[in-house]
Ligand binder design. Structure first.
Ligand code: NAG
Ligand code: NAG
Length: 535
């Protein structure tokens, strides 16, 4: 066999170096996991079985997946398709990429939701005949027959279109805002009625900018509410505004300006007492009123410790401008910012210049790292949700009134997974695996897990809990992360180690629900298990 000549070898070497340096420059990767999910997901949740629920508008005309035989819906109130044999929600198997049609009847357009403590999804509001609706979906494993149920007895006090929800420590869900709904209410209602929230009126400018308010339940059991450029701390028991935070400089951040927000991970190291809010992106204040201008999106984030005695926004610059980004808390405690556009605003055809490269923000270094690009623009009505295997499920994008497969940004039915660099096979040698773990943990109680490693213990073992949020319109309602305290790992046998930990101290820190419990070794996450956090 001939050896390659020196020239050829050097050429070969430089190609290898080029390829590996370009991989290094752009970490992470996208994979298409379904060519056609049947619906473009406007609202996405990941259930505690191996599937996600995709939910679009029901009055959008025909989708690309049929309801089960005989399952046509006849809805005299539907303005588009009164006899509709297609589905507008599916159960999506994120391993096989298969969709199963689900049936939902009233209009779910720009609705809100949250998982209840028992794992049932509560979903509220929408437009037209869905304005006052309360719906439930009890998820099931792939192959199951679970489906949507629309309540015939429970209704919202105000019609809520573009509201946000947050699960509360007592298992109720608070539903805040909506178009012309300057109030909040609870599900179940238990006779409480609804409460005026003038802050939502004050932040409602001529092009709204206060819709889908960012809600974060702080460790003092008050609700942080952000709308437009302002935020308050709300005692939702007494309907008292306890604090007004400084205005966040820059562009408006809520619908239709579409920034995004997360609460950074709560940490056992400070008894979960420190809550830091991050708000990123947004649109030029005139972008929605003047869509033809395609005005540049915001390039800034604001970071503020909402529990501080003297809170102030610290302004950071992202590598690129972005609106309609989705912020996803990763098991590493970093924040993925993915999807969206560099100009315009939310609205049908109102944006251009897609942000094809996600970025990862590291709260420790306060730095952003640009990630490998997708080839698929994810514009208005797209979503991103963390999966238990550490991938991020990316779905939707429809900037049209109906399904439209022509033009610049066609309705997108493909589903992708973004895999951050921590999933690179090069990290497998230290990837931890949970081999023994509880299915339920009780507030304040100790528990332990066994973690098996492919080789020696080379760094810290960590445990982190992540909620399963309801994601729509660039905000993941109820997204929450907790870094749990862990003991020094004790060798159980071979490369299996026992780690002792403690459940969150209270339902204020982690409202009762199913969470993903991720193990990390040396900063590399393994696959999570679903754990019910309860009283
Ligand atoms: C969970 O609670 C809701 C609300 O009470 C109820 O409708 C649903 O059936 C329950 N789900 C399960 C799985 O028990
Ligand atoms: C694991 O540690 C042992 C003892 O320190 C060492 O001999 C061995 O080479 C290590 N194995 C690997 C795969 O690093």
């Amino acid at each position: 066999m001939a050896c390659p000549g020196r020239r050829n070898f050097l050429w070969f070497l430089s190609v290898v170096v080029l390829i590996s340096s370009s991989t290094r420059a752009q970490p992470g990767r996208f994979d298409v996991i379904a060519q056609n999910a049947g619906v473009a997901s406007m609202h996405t949740v990941v259930t505690h079985f191996s599937n996600a629920i995709f939910l679009d508008r029901t009055n959008i005309g025909p989708s690309q997946i049929n309801l089960a035989a005989g399952g046509c819906r006849d809805n005299p109130d539907d303005r588009t398709l009164k006899h509709d044999c297609t589905a507008h929600s599916v159960m999506f198997d994120y391993f096989s990429g298969a969709s199963r049609a689900l049936s939902i009847y009233s209009d779910t357009w720009c609705s809100s939701g949250q998982f209840l403590p028992n794992g049932t999804l509560l979903q509220t509001g929408g437009d037209f005949d869905g304005f006052f609706k309360v719906r439930y979906m009890t998820p099931c494993p792939n192959g199951g027959t679970c489906d949507w149920q629309e309540s015939k007895t429970e209704f919202l006090h105000s019609g809520r279109w573009y509201a946000s929800n947050q699960l509360l420590p007592d298992g109720r869900v608070i539903v805040v805002g909506g178009r012309s709904a300057f109030s909040y209410e609870f599900i179940p209602d238990r006779g409480a009625g609804q409460f005026e929230l003038p802050f939502l009126k004050e932040t409602n400018d001529p092009t709204f900018n206060n819709l889908y308010p960012f809600l974060h339940l702080l460790p003092d059991n008050n609700l942080f509410v952000f709308a437009n450029r302002d935020s308050i701390l709300l005692n939702y028991f007494t309907n008292t505004v306890l604090r007004r935070y400084p205005t966040l400089p820059g562009e408006p951040r809520n619908y239709p300006s579409a920034g995004s927000s997360v609460m950074l991970p709560l940490d056992s190291a400070n008894s979960f007492s420190n809550a830091e809010i991050l708000v990123c992106g947004g649109s030029n204040k005139d972008a929605y009123a003047y869509p033809a201008g395609q005005l540049p999106a915001s390039q800034t984030c604001g970071r503020m410790v909402a529990t501080s005695g003297d809170p102030n926004w610290n302004i950071l610059n992202m590598p690129t401008r972005r609106n309609m980004g989705d912020m996803v808390l990763l098991p590493t405690g970093q924040v993925l910012i993915i999807n969206g556009a560099q100009s315009g605003s939310q609205g049908w055809g109102y944006a251009s210049s897609p942000c094809l490269n996600p970025v990862i923000f590291d709260p420790v270094s306060s730095k952003f790292e640009t990630q490998a690009a997708s080839t698929i623009p994810r514009m208005y009505h797209s979503t991103a949700n963390l999966l238990p295997d550490g991938r991020v499920l990316v779905a939707g994008s429809n900037t049209h009134e109906y399904y439209t497969f022509t033009g610049a940004f066609p309705t997108e039915l493909r589903v992708e997974a973004f895999s951050p660099a921590y999933l690179d096979p090069a990290n497998d040698w230290q990837r931890p695996k949970l081999v023994n773990y509880p299915g339920v943990i009780n507030y304040g109680m100790p528990f332990s897990v066994d973690v098996s490693l492919p080789g020696n213990l080379t760094g810290d073992i960590e445990l982190t809990l992540l909620s399963a949020p309801f994601t729509t319109h660039s905000f993941s309602q109820g997204q929450r992360q907790l870094k749990l305290a862990v003991s020094t790992p004790l060798r159980a046998n071979g490369n299996t180690f026992t780690v002792k930990s403690s459940a969150p101290p209270s339902a204020v820190i982690a409202p009762p629900s199913f969470y993903m419990l991720f193990p990390l070794h040396n900063g590399i996450p393994g696959t999570a298990t679903w754990v019910m956090v309860t009283y």
